[in-house]
Write a protein that binds this ligand. Structure first.
Ligand SMILES: Nc1ncnc2c1ncn2[C@@H]1O[C@H](COP(=O)(O)OP(=O)(O)OP(=O)(O)O)[C@@H](O)[C@H]1O
Ligand SMILES: [Mg+2]
Length: 252
């Protein structure tokens, strides 16, 4: 069964349709990359999934449970929205760590606020996650003492701390210098190898091609093309996809 089913999502801003009837599904343990040019609606789609934006219509289902139904979304309480959000972990381009907290505190904060377990147990788990992203020697550092790549790895550990079903990345490396990109991509690859379900919006085409089980190419708020990496990168059917891919390759 699909872990995520998105059907007929529509979203507009000020009368301009930004997502036009988006439908896709994702199997547990799969990696889905979303590619597409600037303004095509990739971030808006992730934000709708994470309930940072409210779609106008459509449905979002996780593990067979309807989290969002455009027909009756106004009935959702704040508590329900907060609960729905927990199915997704979100890592942004700009890290967004809390500057006044150490690495350990950043990772522990949300589970602690939610009283997910006794503090000692939460700390143990946070330390394991920090180890997983390769930062055991930095637990007591503050974000300003870390490189961008290290900060992004803390953001990944923090997203994992709430044990989301699906981890969403929005251009996780585009704010990083090229030499720091690799360390973040390696951590994401490690998550795939640990069978995490992942959605990643990225401009790293080689990475998307090698890590993904599915690829979606978005253009002007629609899914222009979808398939395996071999299909979308190797044998694109749509002229828009071909044009996008060839202009992306020019950047190499
Ligand atoms: N809060 C908002 N209010 C009004 N318009 C918005 C808002 N958020 C996004 N948009 C518009 O929606 C469209 C899609 O934006 P979105 O950020 O989803 O694109 P994107 O594919 O993530 O682009 P990029 O690759 O540049 O990050 C754009 O035209 C953008 O200007
Ligand atoms: Mg974006």
């Amino acid at each position: 069964m699909a872990i995520l089913e998105v059907n007929h999502i529509q979203k507009s801003f000020g009368g301009t349709a930004v997502l036009k009837d988006i439908s896709f599904s994702l199997e547990k343990g799969q990696v889905l990359s979303i590619i597409g040019s600037s303004g095509s609606g990739k971030t808006t789609l992730l934000r709708c999934l994470n309930f940072l934006e409210t779609a106008e219509s459509g449905t979002i289902r996780v593990n067979g449970k309807t989290l969002f139904d455009g027909e009756n979304h106004k009935q959702l309480s704040d508590g329900e929205i907060r609960k729905n959000r927990l199915h997704f972990g979100l890592v942004f381009q700009s890290f967004n760590l809390f500057p006044q907290y150490t690495v350990l505190e950043n990772v522990m904060l949300a589970p602690k606020l939610m009283k997910k377990a006794p503090a000692a147990q939460l700390e143990q788990r946070a330390l394991q996650l920090i180890e997983k992203v390769g930062l055991s020697n930095r637990v007591n550092n503050y974000p300003c003492q870390l490189s961008g790549g290290q900060q992004q790895r803390v953001a990944i550990a923090r997203a994992l701390a709430l044990e989301p079903d699906i981890l969403c990345f929005d251009e996780p490396t585009s704010a990083l210098d090229p030499e720091l990109t690799g360390e973040v991509l390696r951590v994401i690859r490690g998550l795939k190898n640990a069978d995490r379900t992942i959605i990643i919006v990225t401009h790293e085409m080689e990475f998307a091609r090698s890590i993904s089980d599915r690829v979606i190419f978005m253009a002007d708020g629609v899914i222009e093309e979808e398939g395996t990496p071999e299909q979308v990168f190797g044998n694109p059917q749509s002229a828009k996809t071909r044009q996008f891919l060839s202009s992306s390759l020019e950047h190499f």
